[in-house]
Design a protein around this ligand. Structure first.
Ligand SMILES: [Zn+2]
Length: 58
């Protein structure tokens, strides 16, 4: 009945692999936090990344 087409970020930059939106968001947030000297958030994002990797990419 319902046809849902998932949008997939397709990067054709070698084998580094297309990152999922969650990875992207976390990475970007962490970079922004580091840029604004927000170590607390940066560390939190690192932890979140680790958790996400285990949960979604293990
Ligand atoms: Zn991910």
């Amino acid at each position: 009945m319902a046809t849902t087409s998932k949008q997939q970020a397709q990067e054709t930059t070698g084998r580094s692999g297309p990152r999922c939106p969650a990875c992207w968001g976390i990475k970007r947030r962490r970079a922004q936090a580091l840029e604004s000297d927000d170590l607390h958030t940066a560390v939190a994002m690192t932890v979140a990344m680790g958790r996400h990797l285990r949960a979604a990419h293990s």
